[in-house]
Design a binder for this molecule. Structure first.
Ligand SMILES: Nc1ncnc2c1ncn2[C@@H]1O[C@H](COP(=O)(O)OP(=O)(O)OP(=O)(O)O)[C@@H](O)[C@H]1O
Ligand SMILES: [Mg+2]
Length: 360
């Protein structure tokens, strides 16, 4: 096995002041080894110093937020704020006042005036995650802000000039959302001045082992495990796995296996990969024996519930399913909806009903 440094050097980039950019230990470095990733890195280095609006597209866990922070760190704005907002985390009524701010008395409950995130990010970069979730009315206002370079707080008469670079991210196909009328075409073109597409991990296999080494080093240091390494067959299993949760999943797999492993050598069994190598997460029908066994366990649990005949049985079971899927997907709504085969709207409705959405 190669040493960590020989694999990730030079592709490892460490931010000069990690703590200024990162809320956790996680977002302090990037691994770019696969030729496709190196190519992307070159492109990022070319567009970052410009003022161009950037649209980052990629599946969940591919590193969209990390890349957005990297663009900011390589720009003239690096010493100014980087503000990250998840558009999917706010209700339709709240998102506009979050983004654009409001004056005192602008609506019931607006007891004091408040600056929005655009004003907070002034001089720096505003990262709008899950931009595909922005309601159409907010899309109109956002377009206006980008065109006029000024923001009008809700209830205000005069606009405030702002100087903000926008980076938006999406894990849904925005072009398709434009086609279906859910996303404004003019806003899409405004945002997509520089498009950065992050490939799923399975399409850049040259990043897998360098990332494994990177996280192995990081987490073994944290857990005070010396000389942590993987067996050859564990490496092969990692290379053959399809990584539906991408880099976040890989990070979790390494972290968990270090926690679970009885020695400092990680075996295939310690990895606890969720699916058979190469099998996509979206496979349909309970064909696998593992799935059959899981359904049998569920049916046994139902029997026990039927015997107790609790009130609202259907709702109890539905809530348990939604809750555990949401937690499995690390509270990512798009991924949870996909896993359950529900539409995003139906999922949101359920999450609200069971009190699993933040106060918004
Ligand atoms: N190139 C990379 N090198 C090292 N770590 C990375 C890299 N890309 C992503 N990561 C790590 O993987 C995890 C997921 O990254 P991030 O949160 O940026 O993904 P995301 O695409 O925004 O995910 P989501 O769609 O779920 O919001 C983070 O812990 C991040 O630090
Ligand atoms: Mg993200």
């Amino acid at each position: 096995m190669n040493s960590t440094d020989s694999i990730i050097d030079p592709p490892l980039i460490t931010f000069p002041e990690p703590h200024a950019h990162a809320t956790s230990i996680r977002a302090t470095a990037l691994v770019f080894s696969d030729p496709a990733s190196r190519h992307l890195l070159d492109y990022i280095e070319r567009i970052a110093p410009s003022e161009a609006t950037v649209l980052v597209i990629g599946e969940t866990g591919t590193g969209k937020e990390l890349i957005a922070r990297h663009v900011h760190a390589l720009s003239q704005r690096r010493n100014k704020p980087f503000v990250a907002i998840n558009c999917g985390a706010f209700s339709e009524t709240l998102i506009e006042s979050e983004l654009f701010g409001h004056e005192r008395g602008a609506f019931t409950g607006a007891q004091t005036a408040r600056a929005g995130w655009f004003e907070t990010a002034n001089g720096g970069t505003l990262f709008l995650d899950e931009i595909g979730d922005l309601p159409v009315s907010a899309q109109v206002k956002l377009l206006r802000v980008l065109q006029e370079r000024e923001v009008l707080r809700i209830g205000a008469r005069e606009a405030t000039a702002i100087d903000v670079r926008l980076i938006a991210a999406t894990n849904v196909d925005l072009a398709a959302a434009v086609q279906s009328g859910h996303f404004r075409e003019d806003l899409y073109y405004r945002l997509n001045v520089a498009g950065l597409t992050l490939l799923p991990l399975r399409e850049r296999p040259g990043d897998i082992l360098p990332l494994v080494q990177f996280f192995l080093k990081r987490y073994s240091k944290r857990l005070e495990i010396s000389d942590a390494a993987l067996t050859q067959s564990a490496e092969t299993a990692l290379l053959n796995y399809s990584w539906p949760g991408n880099i976040r999943e890989l990070e979790n797999v390494i972290h968990h296996s270090l926690l679970l492993s009885k020695s400092n050598i990680i075996t295939t069994a310690d990895l606890h990969l969720h699916q058979n190598p190469g099998q996509p997460i979206t496979r349909s029908g309970p064909s696998g024996s593992l799935e059959k066994a899981a359904v049998q366990i569920l049916e046994n649990a139902f029997q026990a519930l039927f015997e107790q005949a609790p009130d609202n049985l259907h709702e109890t079971v539905d809530e348990a399913l939604i809750r555990s899927a949401f937690s499995y997907c690390e509270k990512n709504q798009v991924q949870t909806a996909k896993l359950l085969g529900l539409s995003r709207n139906i999922l949101r409705h359920r999450l609200k009903r069971y009190g699993m959405l933040a106060s918004a």
